[in-house]
Ligand binder design. Structure first.
Ligand SMILES: Cc1ncc(COP(=O)(O)O)c(C=O)c1O
Length: 380
């Protein structure tokens, strides 16, 4: 049988962020030491109370299928924290926020509908929109990687269905200003399009404060909020995320989840609920450690005359290395081959950013110190 993938896969690329990690792993498997500054995965263990709560839940027998929409107690806690007096019926818990995003596109897009994506942007948005039959329309950011309101307004067409916002941002670490967020929600309200706001890095802030889109837009006026437990609670492997959206949208997502996943594992949800209720202190400790690493990287980049924007949130630096790479190699490939440091290629976040790399500082301080030494030596 000759396999020919359906046409919707023609433009689908592998996850660049995961691929970078896999390339590094291949080299590691050959016995080569690699400093891994690629994947956006906190190096901390999941806080103990979360682990204990999940373990107790397993011991009590919460090992069966459970509510498709997610445990009511967890949905109630999320609703309470998600602004605009959201109700638990407007929340769906999913196996990772990636799945919440995919359900979102499936639930709102007809073939050919457009979604505005502001670049640099996390690569999976574009791929998911395409998988759902939509058309990603990319626009650029301006100074300090802030969205530009005029570009948003001029990218609207009669096929625009939604705009995606991600603040704090992956890969730039930019935290979008209040005026930008308000401006975009005003444009979206006037145009009657959805705002999909991915706020998964909202707890990881170093300067200024996180402005949630929920401050300016109600769910009924077109807000779909995406969030999850991977980053703030060091729970990447637990696969737990959620969407908050108007009930008719959530109903479609619940139908989909019923067919595709049945439900997220119930004991992971018990762990997450414990996290929300009792692990604020541990989250702050992890953020303080990220802040220490961030300050160290800032000082090293400055000392080595590498231009960069100081990230205000998340745990990434997005750095232009085009001037430092000699033989025309793509910077991330160069760093892997010549410095044995694994980063994510900037081109994955937007065509224009091929000269950039994303450095994740969710790795240990020692890896960061040695990795930077090696980068500066190779690019000197
Ligand atoms: C901006 C953004 N959104 C969503 C996700 C997905 O997170 P998860 O599926 O682990 O909840 C990631 C992960 O890297 C991310 O960076």
């Amino acid at each position: 049988m000759i396999y020919k993938p359906p046409s919707k896969f023609a433009k689908i690329e592998e996850s660049a962020t995961l691929k970078a990690g896999e390339k590094a792993k291949e080299l590691q498997d050959k016995g080569i030491s690699i400093w891994k500054l690629d994947v956006g995965e906190p190096d901390f263990n999941t806080p103990e109370p979360i682990v204990r709560a999940a373990y107790e839940a397993i011991k009590k027998g919460m090992t069966h299928y459970s509510s498709t929409q997610g445990l009511p107690e967890l949905r109630a806690e999320i609703a309470r924290r998600s602004g605009n007096q959201a109700s638990p019926s407007e929340v769906i818990i999913t196996p990772g926020s990636k799945q919440a995003l995919f359900y979102t596109f499936e639930a709102i897009l007809d073939p050919g509908d457009e979604v505005i994506i502001i670049e640099p942007a996390w690569p999976s948005y574009k791929q998911m929109v395409q998988l759902s039959g939509g058309r990603p329309v990319t626009i650029d950011t301006g100074e300090d990687f802030q969205p530009v309101l005029d570009s948003v307004a001029s990218s609207l067409t009669d096929r625009t269905k939604a705009i995606l916002l991600n603040s704090p941002n992956n890969p730039t670490g930019a935290v979008f200003s209040e005026s930008v967020i308000k401006g975009i929600t005003d444009i979206a309200k006037d145009a009657k399009i959805w705002v999909i706001s991915d706020e998964i890095y909202k707890d990881i802030i170093y300067e200024g404060h996180h402005v949630s889109v929920t401050s300016f837009l109600s769910y009924d006026d077109g807000l779909i909020l995406i969030d999850g437990f991977s980053k703030s609670y060091a729970m990447t492997g637990w696969r737990l995320g959620y969407a908050v959206a108007p009930k008719p949208v959530i109903s479609q997502m619940v139908k989909m989840q019923g067919h595709i996943a049945t439900c997220p594992a119930p004991f992971t949800q018990v762990g997450a609920l414990e996290g929300l209720k009792s692990c604020g202190g541990q989250v702050r400790e992890m953020v303080a450690e990220f802040a220490r690493r961030r300050a160290y990287i800032i000082s090293r980049l400055r000392a080595n005359d590498i231009p960069f924007m100081e990230p205000k949130g998340a745990f990434y630096f997005f750095i232009d290395l085009s001037g430092r790479i000699k033989d025309g190699m793509e910077p991330s490939e160069f760093l892997l081959e010549r410095a044995h440091v694994s980063t994510t290629p900037g081109g994955a976040f937007g065509e224009k950013y091929k000269g950039f790399v994303r450095l994740s500082y969710a790795s240990s301080m020692k890896t960061i110190e040695d990795g930077l030494d090696s980068i500066f030596k190779a690019t000197a």
